[in-house]
Design a protein around this ligand. Sequence first.
Ligand SMILES: Nc1nc2c(c(=O)[nH]1)N[C@H]1C(S)=C(S)[C@@H](COP(=O)(O)OP(=O)(O)OC[C@H]3O[C@@H](n4cnc5c(=O)[nH]c(N)nc54)[C@H](O)[C@@H]3O)O[C@H]1N2
Ligand SMILES: Nc1nc2c(c(=O)[nH]1)N[C@H]1C(S)=C(S)[C@@H](COP(=O)(O)OP(=O)(O)OC[C@H]3O[C@@H](n4cnc5c(=O)[nH]c(N)nc54)[C@H](O)[C@@H]3O)O[C@H]1N2
Ligand SMILES: [Mo]
Length: 758
Amino acid sequence: MADHISNPESKEPAGGWGSLKSIARIYGEAWPTPAAVEALARQNKPGGFMCVSCAWPKPANYHPFEFCENGAKATLWDLTNARCTPDFWGDHTVTELRAWKDHDLEMTGRLTHPMRYDGGTDRYVEVTWEEAFEQIGAALKKQTPESTVFYSSGHAGLEAAYLYALLARAFGTNNLPQSSNMCHETTSVGLSNVIGSPVGTIVWEDLEKADAFFFFGQNPGSNSPRFLHPLQDAKKRGASIVTFNPVIEQGLVSFVNPQNPFDMLTGNETAISDEYLQVQAGGDIAAILGLCKTVIEADDAALSAGAPRVLDVAFIEEHTTGFDRFIDCVRQADWQDIERESGLSEQAIRKAGEIYISSERVIGVYGMGLTQHAEGALNIAMLVNLLLLRGNIGREGAGCCPVRGHSNVQGQRTVGVAEKTKLIPMDKLRQLFNFDPPVKDGLTIVDAVKGLIAGEVRAFVCLGGNLLRAVPEQKEMEKGWEKLDLTVMVSTKLNRSHLFPGKQAYILPCLSRLEMDRQASGSQTVTTEDSFSHISASIGKRTPASPYLKSELAIVTGIAQATLPDNPKFKWDEWTADYGLVRDLIEATYPKDFKDYNGRMFQPGGFYRGNDAHDRIWNTEEKKAAFTSPERLNALSFEERIGRYRLVTMRSNDQFNTTIYGYSDRFRGIEGTRDVVLMCEEDIEAAGLYAGQSIRLVSDFEDGKRRELGGLLVTPHNLPRGTIGAYYPESNVLNAIDHHDRLSKTPASKAIPVRIEI
Ligand SMILES: Nc1nc2c(c(=O)[nH]1)N[C@H]1C(S)=C(S)[C@@H](COP(=O)(O)OP(=O)(O)OC[C@H]3O[C@@H](n4cnc5c(=O)[nH]c(N)nc54)[C@H](O)[C@@H]3O)O[C@H]1N2
Ligand SMILES: Nc1nc2c(c(=O)[nH]1)N[C@H]1C(S)=C(S)[C@@H](COP(=O)(O)OP(=O)(O)OC[C@H]3O[C@@H](n4cnc5c(=O)[nH]c(N)nc54)[C@H](O)[C@@H]3O)O[C@H]1N2
Ligand SMILES: [Mo]
């Protein structure tokens, strides 16, 4: 057994002293002054700044320290003392840096100056903002709207996002894919299809009233740790938690609240999940069908005994379609098939089903474990089926809770960063700005990548993110990216996407949300929308990492002015001077969602922009919530076969997407490396492998393309047979761009078909 792996069966609870040590390690490395601690104390509170990490809501009654282990890491990461200045490029060429790890690239620190790629020396060189904007504008004007893509990662606030989308449309394109195209686009499309809402239906108070939480493929311990507080409260008042996840995730097992001195001193752990079902990757459709079968059987029994019904018959009649067909499908489903496809026993599913039935109010929580599959939208529709059976949507303490990723990923979609024209009030744009917005749908990420590889996409502007690392088909992407005419990256830190510059390439360094954003009218506020559709103001107070940084909004308007023809309605300078004016535009464009925007943005917990499904108004075709009859029992697009594994690409507790904070995945007991493949002992033995052996994973997608990732150490882990795990983003070289959710085109990153080679 390799000695870097200290304890693969880690029993350490989430939170606790481990989380403080983990924060302290980052704090001690390149970090900072006592002011960072002051910054942490203002995190996620009215008058403070909203966390730069995930989109978990900010409660109105906040804790003294309303941040978590990973939010604190993200804050400290932005506040590093290290700087990646123009001098850095004196010592390194772009080509040489391709051998660096993601962690080492970001450890060079905050970017300080706008930079332009110089092909002659293979380095980035300093450029003034004026030159950069002018050159970018000139290059964009040479492109057609169809050949240009405006990507956005969910970091930037609502104001910058709104103007970014306006820039793209005024340029003539709806090519506005976003990080959610790799993430919760399955929700936007799949959930809209069945309940008419592209976002979750619950609000904070529902968390306090639920009797049970059913978790499908979401890992709060690492990815939304502040969620553990309401979960701990729920457990204390007797609520149940049931988890479906192939991986035993420590945050769903037990939690020690690091903000509770009593818990910390006594080591008082709260057990989280009452039942933990290790469904195999892609097996949720069968598992949920089994739960529904348990509900229907209980209802049949109640009917014949003359007892109260288990189904919410009144709700089903008034609010849903497709019930009869769905019920037939449930009755016909065979337990043997359900067991085989889910990898779970009938008994275990029945036990979970009993908890569902005996709980008056249930919240269904999900994340990437449902969305990132070839049948991701069907996964979500199945969860909705389960909730609809007992009227668990649109009522207190119940609902559907997709947990979003980036801090403003949902909000950017709300204000127009979207490739689908039907989501955009084009008439309003026409009326407000006197131009004709493009009528054709834009490219999703999958289509943009394919267009890039085919040479049809010629220019990429990226508002944040690390797209080359985040998408499938990484090797071809890297080759394609270099052939682009223009790449523009608005970034805070150096990452791998900068290392494949287009023929003309720019890195434009921006302020972090923690930093003071001074414009002509004074200090500016930005706003973000959380997973519960609440919009909060965020004020940065830190001195910017460099005097040359610009805000994301100012960069967007800078590019817009250099690119677009004059239009008296486009007041880029005035908008840059006062973001309140941009909020007025957002309110004018989306009056229902953003009523009295400037007046309400400081409301504790944020203001709620509302959600029709929360009020049982269904904006679906038939104006009802829809039951979906599944035509298949797993979420895969490939067949089972000996030697073919389902690879789950995982996040460690020491990363935020492609930003790798370090090499300590302490909940999983994996220390010192990320080059591992997790497998259960039985699979290791059956394949004739041994722990610590170095192997290669090879794509088994059957499109004739060779995709491989070598140097992975076989690491025993508690997983179902046939499901194996490796870290994202490194494992993205293994996924095919055509392997995605059928409806939304979200890459299927949670069951990639692979083989093992020695
Ligand atoms: N610290 C930290 N926080 C983050 C992020 C981060 O990288 N680091 N990323 C942010 C972003 S952008 C996002 S989208 C969210 C992501 O947060 P999550 O939605 O939690 O995403 P993952 O950790 O990728 O996967 C979630 C879980 O799905 C499980 N899973 C895999 N396959 C299946 C399956 O077939 N069925 C079921 N039931 N479960 C499965 C995995 O074991 C894992 O526990 O977190 C956000 N917050
Ligand atoms: N195999 C596999 N692939 C996946 C996933 C998976 O689970 N498995 N998850 C997918 C998901 S859910 C997502 S959301 C995507 C993430 O994809 P992206 O959103 O594209 O990637 P990030 O890692 O969040 O981007 C990190 C970079 O953003 C920049 N940055 C950080 N903060 C800011 C800021 O405030 N402003 C600006 N302008 N830039 C900033 C920094 O330069 C940093 O290097 O990856 C997807 N890819
Ligand atoms: Mo995400």
